[in-house]
Design a protein around this ligand. Sequence first.
Ligand code: ADP
Ligand code: F6P
Length: 324
Amino acid sequence: MAKEIKTIGVLTSGGDAPGMNAAIRAVVRKGIANGVQVKGIKKGYQGLLNEEIIDLQKKNVSDIIQRGGTILGTARCAEFRTLEGQQLGAEICRKHGIDGIVVIGGDGSYKGAQALSKQGINTIGIPGTIDLDIACTEYTIGFDTAINTAMDAIDKVRDTSSSHERCSIIEVMGRDAGYIALWCGVANGAEDILLPEKYDYNEQTIINNIINNRKRGKTHHIIINAEGIGHSTSMARRIEAATGIETRATILGYMQRGGNPTCKDRFYASIMGAYAADILCQGKTNRVVGYQHGEFLDFDIDEALAMKKTISEYQYEVSRTLSM
Ligand code: ADP
Ligand code: F6P
């Protein structure tokens, strides 16, 4: 029989993402509406091990839905990767009367949730990452805000690139996944889009593109480069030397992880937070919330972690056709 849930916790873990606050707010308010107490665990699994645990009432989450970052703070915690760390985490939960936890984060954070669940603490994951690289869901909290932030910045770089007839390499986030680069590459009309999943490291192709475009009268050449490929500054130097065209690198960096969440991120994060609180209160464990084909749904964490996600071949092919 499922254990009775009286108190639930919520934490944010791994890289922060705009919209995490909306999810925290929803977990708290839906949890309270379901008749349970809610506790906030600060700084991810590190804060759990340090017992940085606070009571959360409805009023504690007012005025946060519009804010970027996470009011609970986030961290990476090496100790939680060990069995001892996980056992201690579960013990601390029991000590504080926490029957279950909503974990907002990426794949790594899900592994922590999976481990806690094995230690008898119910866990539900919510996808929180700007990278969109979680296989069981078409939506992750923060991606929409990040691509809009990056898109605006790239538009600005493009203005000055055109004025100076320069080539610009703009590096966007995504260590292993090229979704931000793909979306911005298409949305900003980039001439070249370099994705970690696809790039063949043949710079000569890019150089030829730049030279041909210049011959055809194009005044700028925008290359969107994903962080996973990186080295934008040295790439710019090599391209300038090979083409004779002034080339500059702009690394957008952490600005993409901050800022007020878009309406989409606030809405989806709110629904996912509420959904997670609901299934946790029903006694479910070792599940993650996802969004597919217009529906919010949940999956077993083990199955979710085993799923693979790849860049759509069709979308990639279209991005290449449109950039010509
Ligand atoms: P993300 O959740 O964004 O993928 P990380 O991969 O950095 O970010 O993971 C966040 C945290 O989740 C880690 O710092 C660690 O505390 C925990 N974690 C990651 N992998 C594991 C694992 N295999 N077992 C237990 N905890 C893990
Ligand atoms: O959260 C995802 C992400 O922004 C990746 O795109 C990036 O590679 C990574 O986090 C950087 O994380 P850190 O905060 O450890 O520098």
